[in-house]
Design a protein around this ligand. Sequence first.
Ligand SMILES: Nc1nc2c(ncn2[C@@H]2O[C@H](COP(=O)(O)OP(=O)(O)OP(=O)(O)O)[C@@H](O)[C@H]2O)c(=O)[nH]1
Ligand SMILES: [Mg+2]
Length: 364
Amino acid sequence: MHIRTFRAASLQDALEEIRNQMGTDASVLHTRQVRDGWMGWLGRTYVEVTAGLRGVDDAKTPDDSIPQADAEVPVTVPIRSGYMQAEPTFPGPFEGFREQLIDAGVSPKTALRWLKSTESFTVGLGDSINEPWMDHLQRSIARELRIGGPIRTQPGAKHIVALVGPTGVGKTTTIAKLAAGFRIQERRRVGLVTIDTFRIAAVQQLEAYAEIMDLPMEVVENPSQMQPAIERLGDVDLVLLDTAGRSPSSDARIDQLVELLRMAQPDETHLVMAATSSSSTIQSVLKGFAPAHPTAAILTKLDEATSTAGVLSAITASDDFAGIPLSYLTNGQQVPDDIQVASAEPLLSRLLPGSFVTNQMEAA
Ligand SMILES: Nc1nc2c(ncn2[C@@H]2O[C@H](COP(=O)(O)OP(=O)(O)OP(=O)(O)O)[C@@H](O)[C@H]2O)c(=O)[nH]1
Ligand SMILES: [Mg+2]
């Protein structure tokens, strides 16, 4: 048997090269995932496929014209800089996932990246390939997801955290949930500042929470009032700064926000976005609010999201985007209960509409 070993970025690429070089009669003998670089660190991950070609030459002696097994010197298939030129087809349920992901608002390029990564991931798993395919897809996406952790406070540190984001995504409600959590569970001294003076109702909304929780609250109308207001809050451990919702496409309103933040000098700025938004909305929010230098993101209204695929495609790390670390997820209107420290599981369990996930798991 003529045996050769190929390395490629994905199983798909390796099989294509095997077909090109050894013909369609070649059979795959072994697959594994390998990593180059020092001790596997800082290297790239490849799929290594050993293929064999049985034929009339099997009976020949070793000095025959056909080369013998050369597993020590694998043929490395060039890793392409972009994705496939021609559309690849994926085995088994992967092809169905691709359609579902695209229907859920994931760009074809991102769907392809996730599926290629899942495919090469499952190659390395050997026998456990029988696990539900959806689990593998979720794990591939989880590897690109950044979880930043919760706000950390120290007594007396006056840690300032601002929440920014588009209108109606749940900034004020999330401030109330955070304030209650830190005040009641962590026994921290919390102060509130609102710079949402565009609507009287907005000030009243936060005031109502401040009164119920007996928290000091300041209203700031222009940048020069910011520092004195923070001073007046006195000796608090955590200052939560509520801001007016802004359209990410309004440069003037974003500039005003940046100026207010510059005066407040927040330690953390959390960009609040609704998990019900489309991938393109999230992308434009990330772009529009970039001048505010968000350090983390909060995803709200997870309870209303039928699929998180679109949102995940916009916030996960890729070659072009570092990803944004998540701090909290909110899943309902109830203050203070409906908030949790961000983790991958609640997002991935809603990746695609439930019926599809169930079907795939049953089929697997
Ligand atoms: N279902 C659901 N509703 C939420 C959640 N968080 C907030 N809401 C609701 O979303 C609506 C808007 O919430 P707000 O907190 O006022 O939103 P905001 O971002 O402060 O709005 P603006 O200040 O107008 O920009 C309210 O009806 C909230 O009850 C959530 O996690 N799930
Ligand atoms: Mg508000």
